[in-house]
Ligand binder design. Sequence first.
Ligand SMILES: Cc1ncc(COP(=O)(O)O)c(C=O)c1O
Length: 380
Amino acid sequence: MNFETKVIHGGTQEDPATGAVVPPIYQTSTYHQQELGGNAPYEYTRGENPTRFAVESVMASLENGKYGYAFSSGMAAIHAVMTLLHEGDHLVMGNDVYGGTFRLVNSILAELGVSYTAVDTADPDAVAAAIQPNTKMVYLETPSNPLLHVTDIQKAADIAHDAGAMAVVDNTFASPYNQTPLDLGADIVVASGTKYLGGHSDTVSGFVVTSDTDLADKIKMIQLSIGAVLSPQESFLVQRSLKTLALRVERHNSNAQTLAEWLNEQPEVQKVYYPGLPGTPDYEIAKQQMRGFGGMISIELQDGLDTKHFVENLDIFQLAESLGGVESLIEVPAVMTHASIPREVRLENGIKDELVRISVGVENVDDLQADLAQGLAGLH
Ligand SMILES: Cc1ncc(COP(=O)(O)O)c(C=O)c1O
């Protein structure tokens, strides 16, 4: 089945109990057990819920995996994956990952005795050099947030596997429409469903997908034990959104490509970060492993131009955190999404104070370009 068909027919798309073409919202915490100790398939919603199972199975299908798990946020999903690590283990992770992921690793995990080395995962030699005898996981985002660097997933996964570690990819920015890391050697895919999967800036969710039965059993146990599950209502909303994922992401891709090329020509713009712009190593790898280049662009304005004025004076692009919704958003990572990373670490990793991140929505691209044009003109 092709992706555009799987979003509609993959996984569990109808209610086995009634044949309803849409899985209903099973808004229940518990289930009547017919027999004491009878091992009923549904006992308690933290463990089993048909609406959550439905969205989990579709996500597994879209990521070309066998097992999917839905969490109450992307961070809850990432935390579940990080819980596979134990005291004394070492983690190699990307140096421009989402700020919340960095905070989780740098604070909570560090306190639990898990050490880490942050490297530019786009450089395979840097990944290999960071491996230690106790490295158990290589964790990366590609394209990364917010610099849109692209890591060769197959190469990073091979390095991890040679060291006896697992490879985990945060697929939030690409979405499974643009990229399926499990096909490129990753053991686990994690994603914030709050972004492209939910797609309408109205739900918060997270997903973990794997084809490895042992890892799946562990993640399921962690999901049940820690309990950060996706609610039936939210599961329903995400499943509904997934049906239009292909249509939406195709439009995000084409709008972003047009705007990135246009921004690249504007005198007020010093640098454009977008994997779909030829002439960079990111582009060469993205071309091989991605179906589309995604809807995220980052830019740096020329020195001396007022970034604050620019992001506050657009009409369509709203100044807001998050990404991947149908509406276009703009933000300054240093002040907003990545403020939890210490400034010196941020600067070391190339995330300047003035960097602007743009989540290109699915509006008419001419309107979006006109809005950016008036914003740039207003800087003079
Ligand atoms: C790449 C990436 N991963 C994970 C997360 C965390 O997801 P959530 O906000 O759903 O917890 C985000 C949030 O912005 C993100 O951008």
